[in-house]
Design a protein around this ligand. Structure first.
Ligand SMILES: [Zn+2]
Length: 681
């Protein structure tokens, strides 16, 4: 694989510092937008493969990965930087105790120190296991659930402190259905062949893990079956992914007496106080029926069953931090069975990503200082603002929306906060203690710290400076309760454009369309559109406009329901509609912003393609990703995003300009009759 350097000699565009290598780059430059075209496939047959198949043919998925493509390439680039940060921190013996450098260095060191990891084994978890062993009755079960939560080990039900969706200016407590050992509740019930294999393998995994934490063979075998039964009961009481999409149905504010009625075995005032929350009158119960069912499960399952379930939750929470045998067992199920990954990555890669997942806030500070080309934030902001401008123009021109709703939508768009690059204020992690003692102790310390950070929010004003991603996270998000998008700095990376400014088709197809345009549209998708400009769940639509909007979202649901992913597996249109609406909005806004640029208006060919063709090709490059079959199947079962192929072919086949640009005809496979092309934003 070609080594990718993040704008290493970015003199040209970011007025950075190093020498100008433009001429040298010019002679060796291979345009990644057109380099991977497979001309044996026509654009109208499968645009995703037309644009990207050349790359897929020469880049099979490595046996240590679930996918390959542009994301993997970018992540490798980022990992190289993080590795340097980790290794130099680890080598600095003079780093002051408590400094960011010491924490990063020691965390990474402990992860690479496999000798100590083997020696320590599961010892650091033993006090938690002993606590579970002491459980004698239901009351103890509940108290232990609370205690484990305070150690950053969730189980039994979901508990979060977050912004109140009907009063986004304040934090409140949300109680919800629990996460499960399998990625989604449907895994416990589906009876197709693929899922039956997964269930059987999961039972074996539970059995093996119980053995590895010291349980005797007979008990582990029986225990794995009991845990599966208990989790199946919790799963049965949980809503399906599609049913989690309606924020109103997931918002049930109740006083404490109300929650006590749902789960009579739990005295919730006491429970919340044990969880660290006092002075609270009401909470939001996301799925009340889950809590009524929990009452039943607390009685139906024995105390011993609950003890097994809690032990499994502890082991599973920290499995990646433990000894070789446990890591291998965890990998065998979660990576091989679920994602089709055949072998583990080199250890440094795993530990680099683990260190970043735990201490990304600290690593980000060095990353921004030492690895980010100057001008990154400004360039991203410029693109984001241009997208917001065309969005406003676009809303004004919509033919299906009344002026009253338009005004509200424009207000929401104008108030949308764009956090770009990196936080203005970093989280204060000074109270976190990291050492070289053992990797798992560091993992436990971080878990506990994160829990404390969340709990401390309660009763305080909403922290507007908080980021839920790091500058080195190649991703972005829209938060409806903040009405804000967050676009981390590394979104500036476009593989193939090292040392040169990507052209406008690339900037607007990838950063403008698939990032800014996509995230802004989340503010107006099936869910985001239910929140107002302040982040509150409130109906700002006229009834008629809302009906028209919902008719349009139905069309996109139908469109995606028809896409076949793998043998009998289809995309779940309902489940993925928010993402599909965001993709469609993103491509359209990116194109409109691009058309305001000189290149976007040019009639000259670029590497043999028109300006508009190049835009769509660049967008397709943004999703040049292929996955193992297992990983695709898992994505459909547990993810709200459509597979990459349909994130390209879906939206472009709704856009008239695409038809014109590539002369798509009714006989082409991608062709959708004009009356069913979805036009929302
Ligand atoms: Zn999205």
């Amino acid at each position: 694989m070609k080594k990718i350097i993040l704008f290493a000699s970015a003199t040209l565009f970011f007025a950075c510092n190093s020498s100008d290598k433009t001429n040298e780059n010019e002679s060796t430059f291979i345009d990644p937008v057109t380099a991977h075209i497979d001309s044996s496939i026509s654009p109208g047959e499968n645009f995703f493969l037309f644009a990207n198949n050349g790359w897929f043919k020469s880049h099979p998925i490595p046996s240590s990965e679930k996918s390959n493509g542009i994301f993997r390439t970018i992540q490798d680039t980022i990992n190289e930087s993080i590795r340097k940060i980790c290794e130099s921190s680890s080598a600095d013996s003079k780093a002051a105790k408590g400094s960011n450098k010491q924490k990063i260095g020691d965390f990474y060191f402990s992860g690479m120190d496999t000798t100590t990891i083997e020696k320590v084994g599961i010892n650091p978890l033993k006090p938690l296991f002993s606590k579970i062993d002491e459980i004698k009755n239901n009351k103890d079960v509940i108290n232990t659930v609370a205690y484990l939560y305070t150690q950053g080990i969730p189980s039994t039900f979901g508990f979060t402190v977050t912004r109140d969706e009907k009063n986004a200016a304040a934090y409140t407590v949300y109680l919800s259905q629990s996460r499960l050992g399998l990625p989604d509740r449907d895994y416990y019930f589906n009876t197709d062949e693929r899922n039956t294999t997964i269930k059987n393998e999961y039972l074996k995994h539970l059995d093996a893990m119980l053995n590895l934490i010291g349980m005797d063979k007979a008990l582990a075998k029986k225990g794995s079956e009991q845990i599966f039964k208990l989790e199946s009961a919790l799963a049965k009481s949980s809503r399906k992914m599609e049913d989690l999409r309606d924020p109103y149905l997931n918002y049930n504010k109740m006083n404490i007496a109300g929650v006590n009625k749902l789960t009579a075995s739990i005295e919730w005032k006491e429970m919340l106080s044990k969880l660290g929350i006092s002075n609270i009158d009401s909470v939001v119960v996301a799925q009340p029926e889950y809590f009524s069912a929990l009452e039943k499960h607390l009685k139906t399952f024995s105390v011993d069953d609950w003890k097994l379930y809690l032990k499994w939750n502890v082991a599973n929470r920290f499995s990646e931090f433990l000894n070789k045998k446990i890591v291998a067992q965890d990998f065998n199920f979660y990576a091989t069975v679920l994602d089709g990954i055949k072998e583990q990555r080199p250890r440094w890669k795993t530990i680099v990503e683990e260190t970043d997942a735990s201490l990304g806030e600290l690593i980000g500070q060095v990353y921004v200082e030492e690895y980010l080309p100057k001008g990154t934030k400004e360039k991203l902001l410029e693109i984001g603002n241009n997208i917001r401008d065309v969005y406003a123009e676009h809303i004004k021109k919509l033919d299906w929306m009344s002026d009253v709703t338009k005004e509200k939508a424009l207000n929401k768009l104008q108030k949308l906060n764009m956090k770009v690059g990196y936080p203005d204020v970093w989280k204060d992690m000074s109270s976190l203690d990291v050492s070289r003692n053992s990797f798992v102790e560091n993992g436990m310390a971080v878990s506990k710290w994160n829990y404390g950070f969340m709990i401390k929010k309660y009763g305080k004003p909403v922290n507007k400076d908080e980021w839920e991603m790091y500058p080195q996270t190649y991703n972005a998000y829209y938060d409806p309760t903040m009405n804000e998008i967050v676009v981390p700095a590394c979104n500036i990376i476009v593989p193939g454009f090292e040392g040169r400014m990507p052209d406008d088709a690339v900037l607007y197809g990838i950063i403008g369309g698939s990032t800014f345009g996509h995230e802004i549209t989340h503010g107006f998708d099936d869910q985001g559109s239910l929140y107002d400009e302040k982040g509150n769940l409130s109906d700002w639509w006229t009834k008629e406009d809302r009906q028209k909007f919902e008719a349009k979202t139905k069309l996109i649901v139908e469109q995606f329901n028809n896409y076949v992913v793998l043998d009998s597996i289809h995309v779940r249109g309902e489940n993925t509609q928010g993402e599909n609406i965001a993709d469609l909005g993103g491509v359209i806004m990116g194109l409109e912003a691009y058309r305001k640029t000189k290149q976007g208006q040019s009639t000259e060919l670029i590497n043999g393609y028109t300006a508009t063709q190049r835009y769509f090709l660049a967008y397709a490059y943004a999703w040049m990703v292929n996955r193992t079959d297992a990983s695709l199947a898992k994505q459909i079962m547990s993810d709200v995003h459509s597979p990459a192929e349909f994130r390209i072919n879906g939206p472009v086949s709704d856009i008239d300009e695409f038809y014109k640009a590539f002369n798509i005809q009714p006989t082409d496979k991608m062709y959708r009759a004009e009356n069913i092309r979805v036009k929302i934003w």
